[in-house]
Design a protein around this ligand. Sequence first.
Ligand SMILES: *Cc1c(COP(=O)(O)O)cnc(C)c1O
Length: 439
Amino acid sequence: MSTPLQFNLTAADIPTHWYNLNADFSEPLPPPLHPGTRQPVTPDLMTAIFPANLVAQEMSAERSIEIPQEVRDVYALYRPTPLLRAVRLEKALQTPAHIYYKYEGVSPAGSHKPNTAIPQAYYNKVAGTKRLATETGAGQWGSSLAMACQVFGLECTVYMVKVSYQQKPYRKLLMQTYGATVHASPSMETEFGRKALAEDPQSNGSLGIAISEAVEDTVKHPHTKYALGSVLNHVCIHQSVIGIEAIKQMELAGEEPDIVYGCAGGGSNFAGIAFPFIEQNLKHGKKYRIVAVEPASCPSLTQGELRYDFGDTAELTPLMMMYTLGHKFMPPSIHAGGLRYHGMAPMVSHCRKLGLIEAVACPQLKVFESAVLFARTEGIVPAPESSHALAVLIDEAKRCREEGKKKVLMFNLTGNGLLDLAAFDSYLSGHMKDVGSDD
Ligand SMILES: *Cc1c(COP(=O)(O)O)cnc(C)c1O
């Protein structure tokens, strides 16, 4: 018998509830603060840009939150996602370690982001929202939200960081194919965008600027709400479907992971794979090691400070307690666009503070070396973001080889890299450099 590679669930196994780690923290998460008064923000302040049902989730400490049937029906387009064992990668590494990956790249948008885009569109729809505004970096979030808005009959307007809009046209086209309106940010659509352009007509834009534009758009248009693809508590909660499924699938595989790896940009996919395993550690005496991997060039968890900071450049958002490089930080244009955020989700930051997770940073050349090895052994071209987790997992698998030790290693393959091939071109042609890393 050859080694089984897939550990599949059926539609009946699509989770019925999301898991909210806020119920199980030993000390409560510090609340977001109003930037003027520095008092905890009240729900009515947040309902200026989010619908009340999502604000309730954002502030909830309920452990288990029921997933609406309408959301599960859309999840059924691609969930449960596969869990696979990377036997060919193990062979190439000659490691006694067993390597598993949860593959979120099978979603329509090619990443884990629809896990939250779908419920966010749904909750907005039932709350009476007609139009959603958002920002996107390389376009993974914008395309996920554009798809979800289409499913639930909402209009979608996306402010896309200008350098990506110009250099990475495919996700822009994907958003337009899904019916969204896409503006290069900074744009002439908002006061903040016009100001940014007046100061620097050549501005490449940044995620912080694009968030500021989307928030301004939201407050200035009727029936419009704002949607964010990472960082916030409700996003981390929605992503828990990843870890909930993975735990069941590891049972089918008959093994338990010694170490679980996830890449961390804003923190949402990491939260999604990690938090259900952390629940097992906290409540069921398990000892899973859980490792967040971030880019060496945007190292909020490993080099940032834990303090209150803004989520955006224009200082429009509430202050959040998080590991941050500062809201004016301009990350270098590394090829893993989805990991270029100055801060880290407050829930993930809190996990780090309480010692529930570990964090490491990885330089991009090593990331792409690992990504290419994965493509050539497992056949899937991994997203550059996901390949951060993979690269650090491969280090551990090599250590297992040197020490002759079997360990079970798992990572979250958050997306495929089929729309990131220009980055692979840069790597394969030898033009890529490590930026802002110290090795
Ligand atoms: C957006 C994105 C990430 C990073 O975002 P998180 O909120 O940190 O999960 C990782 N992988 C892919 C494929 C992405 O699109």
